[in-house]
Each structure stands twice: as structure tokens, then as C-alpha cells.
Design a protein around this ligand. Structure first.
Ligand code: NAD
Length: 375
């Protein structure tokens, strides 16, 4: 965990939020966590719980805002929030369960926050939260949930964003060369759904390295390998390269699905792609997005392209079926991607600027109807 610089963190606050910030510290358990509830004008915040050893509080602020924007852009009656629990996500299960349960219990009265899964978390972890406080989404099917990471809700949304965005750069999904950075819950399903459209996975990476095969990678076989606990670099065929080498692979569609800020001003020029669909949250620095825009790389911003998981979660919270959730994801992401990209084409706007305007307009409309503004 990085030292907290309060000046930096609260310097990020503005008139949209955050509404509340809660730090949880329980030394006897080794529990350190933070919850940021950003904006709840549209309804209670939905946002993921992330377990990571190195996330910062400032990152949690930015991710909470990204959720406010994403939920608004997706047209959901929910605000945005995020929580970070510091620790190694691969710690023994008993310890992880104890920490997740203790954190959920500590924020049990914060009814403006509904837990969802994020990096280092899964459906089982959400079941622990549900058991503690009855306020979680992304639950296992056994608890009546729609297991969004198992079914690939976010990957399904990325596939629809790809279909709308591709013609803007003269790309056809059939035969499109796809690169995935981070072959986890988001990345592997994006690869699977895009392969069903005829796209070809030419590279995939995880925290151990990068697998490259210009002739195409068997997506189902790679998913099976990951399910067995292997890394992409354990795959039987293809070239094995360093983690960072995934940035240099020539392709039509590059999908970051790992960590924030992986593309920055210092490495953006290395990308050789026509489209970037942001599966991860905030994978590019603002400066890098500007550079990509100037180079003609069309970026579909995170909270437009990767909203599939949260749309699914919001529908689950209302008791909808999996089929209804998939239909809603496809419809909402197609409509929102088209709305943003038409602004980019007609007004020359940066994609993120167009997306932020769409989302912010909806949040401010909701705030104007609330008695206590953002509270
Ligand atoms: P995950 O933990 O299932 O997968 C992450 C993958 O990234 C793993 O394969 C890991 O090995 C790999 N990775 C880690 N560091 C890496 C690095 N430096 N280079 C390459 N690969 C690396 O997580 P996930 O649920 O797939 O989430 C990935 C990203 O997508 C996160 O930014 C998350 O916030 C975002 N996101 C997730 C969802 C969802 O539905 N799960 C929805 C929206 C956004």
C-alpha cells in the first residue's frame, strides 16, 4: 500500500463528488481498505471491490468517478463508487475470506454502496459479502445471481462495442487481428466472443508474459489452459515474449484488460492498431489518449466499452434473467458507442470528451432533481 497523500487525494474532489470516503483499518486482522462513494444522484452506487497489494487511494478515487460516469453513460439508476482492499489476491482462501467479510461488515451501514467484483475478486467473494451484509452483485448462480465473470458479461459488451466501432476505421470483425493485454475474466471472454465473429486473436498477455502467434491462437484452448492455472506463456505453440511486448504487436483491435495507466505518453507511439477498446478501467493516461487520437487510433473509452459487467449487475439486482441481461448489454453498449463515435466523427471531439459530456449531462440532470444534491 502506498502512503496516503491527502492533499493529492482530496485535490481530486469536485462538485460531482466524492460524496463519502471511508477508511477501514483493523490492525488485529491486518485489514486496510478504503471505500469511495462518488456520486449517488442517480441512485445507490454500484462499483467493484479490488484486492491489490499496490493500489493507491487516489486510484480508488479515479475508479469511483469512472463508475459514476459508466453507470450514468449506461443509463442505469445507480451512482458510482469503488473500494480497495490491500493485500495479495493469491493469499490463502481462509485469510482472504476473513478480510473480505471483515471489510464488508465494517461498511455494513453504508447503504449507498453495493459491492461488485473487481480485480482479485470473484463470485465467491461476492457471496461472502452478500452473506455478511446482503448488498452485493455478481453473485454465483447458486445464490440466484448472474455470474458475470463466468458468463463474460463485460467481454460480451466489448464485442458489441467492437462491432459498432470497427466500420469507423474500415475494419471488418471477420478476420480482424485482435490483441488482448490481460487474459483474465474480461480479456478471455472478449477474445471468445470476438472469435465467434470471425476475429483472430494474434497475441494475449498476462502477468507472466506475452503469447504471440500471427497466424492466430486457439482461443478455447488458451482459456482452458488458464482455467487449469497456467499462464499464456505456457501455451504449446506461438512465440513467448516479455509482459510489455504485448504493446508492440501489429493488430486491428487492441484491448487493454489488465491494469490502469498501461499506455502513457512514453509508450503510446509503440501501439500499432486501428482501434483500442478499453476493457480495463483507465488503461490510458489522458496525454496518451490525445496522442492516439492525433495518430488516428480510435479509442472507445472504458466506461462506454466495458459497461457490460455493471449493466449485468444492475439487472441482477432487480432479479432479471441472464438472457435479459445479455440483451440489455448489447442494446445499451451499441447505442452509447454509436452516440459517442458520431460526436467524434462529426465534431472532431476526443472520444473521452464526448463520453464524459454524455455521462455528466445525465448526472447533473439527476442532481438537479435531488433535495440534497449529491447526497
Ligand atoms: P482478472 O484479475 O480476472 O484478470 C486480469 C488479468 O490481467 C490476469 O490475467 C492478470 O494475469 C493480467 N495482468 C495483471 N497485470 C498485468 C500486466 N502488467 N500485463 C499484462 N497482464 C497483466 O481481472 P478482470 O476482472 O479481467 O479485470 C481486468 C480489468 O478490467 C480491470 O481493470 C478491471 O477494473 C476492469 N473491468 C473488469 C470488469 C469485470 O466485469 N470483471 C468490468 C469492467 C472493467
Amino acid at each position: 500500500m502506498r502512503e496516503v497523500d491527502l492533499a493529492e487525494v482530496f485535490g481530486l474532489a469536485d462538485d460531482l463528488g466524492p460524496a463519502k470516503v471511508i477508511q477501514v483499518h483493523e490492525p488485529s486482522l491486518g485489514l486496510k481498505a478504503v471505500l469511495v462513494v462518488d456520486n449517488v444522484a442517480r441512485g445507490p452506487a454500484i462499483g467493484g471491490l479490488r484486492m491489490a497489494p499496490d493500489a493507491s487511494v487516489a486510484e480508488c478515487f479515479r475508479l469511483a468517478r469512472a463508475m459514476s460516469m459508466k453507470n450514468s453513460a449506461a443509463g442505469l439508476a445507480h451512482g458510482g463508487g469503488k473500494s480497495v482492499l490491500w493485500g495479495d489476491p493469491h493469499m490463502p482462501r481462509e485469510r482472504k475470506e476473513a478480510l473480505v467479510r471483515a471489510f464488508a461488515h465494517a461498511v455494513r451501514n453504508e447503504t449507498d454502496y453495493i459491492f461488485g467484483p473487481d480485480m482479485g475478486m470473484d463470485e465467491t467473494a461476492m457471496a461472502w459479502v452478500q452473506d455478511e451484509i446482503g448488498r452485493a452483485v455478481g453473485l454465483p448462480a447458486a445464490l440466484g445471481g448472474i455470474p458475470l465473470d463466468q458468463i463474460g458479461a463485460t467481454g460480451w459488451g466489448l464485442r458489441h462495442a467492437a462491432e459498432i466501432a470497427a466500420p469507423y476505421r474500415g475494419v471488418s470483425l471477420k478476420g480482424a487481428r485482435v490483441v488482448i493485454q490481460g487474459f483474465g475474466a474480461v480479456g478471455k471472454h472478449a477474445a471468445r466472443f470476438l472469435a465467434q465473429q470471425g476475429a483472430v486473436l494474434v497475441a494475449a498477455s498476462d502477468s507472466k508474459g506475452t503469447l504471440v502467434a500471427a497466424g492466430g491462437i486457439d482461443v478455447e484452448a488458451l482459456i482452458n489452459l488458464k482455467h487449469e492455472g497456467g499462464s499464456v506463456v505456457d501455451f504449446a505453440s506461438g512465440d513467448k515474449r516479455a509482459v510489455d511486448a504485448v504493446i508492440d504487436v501489429d493488430c486491428d483491435i487492441w484491448i487493454p484488460a489488465a491494469r490502469p495507466d498501461v499506455i502513457r505518453e512514453d509508450n503510446a507511439a509503440r501501439l500499432r492498431t486501428k482501434l483500442m477498446l478499453q476493457g480495463a478501467n483507465i488503461p490510458c493516461t489522458p496525454g496518451a489518449e490525445k496522442l492516439l487520437h492525433e495518430r488516428g487510433v480510435l479509442v472507445v473509452p472504458d466506461f462506454i466499452a466495458n459497461a457490460g459487467g455493471v449493466i449485468c449487475a444492475a439487472l441482477e439486482y432487480r432479479g432479471a434473467t441472464q438472457a435479459a441481461a445479455f440483451e440489455a448489454i448489447a442494446e445499451k453498449i451499441r447505442v452509447n458507442t454509436a452516440a459517442v463515435l458520431s460526436q467524434v466523427r462529426d465534431k472532431g471531439a476526443l472520444p473521452r470528451q464526448a463520453a464524459v459530456e454524455l455521462a455528466e449531462r445525465r448526472i447533473r440532470e439527476a442532481m438537479s432533481t435531488r433535495r440534497f444534491g449529491i447526497m
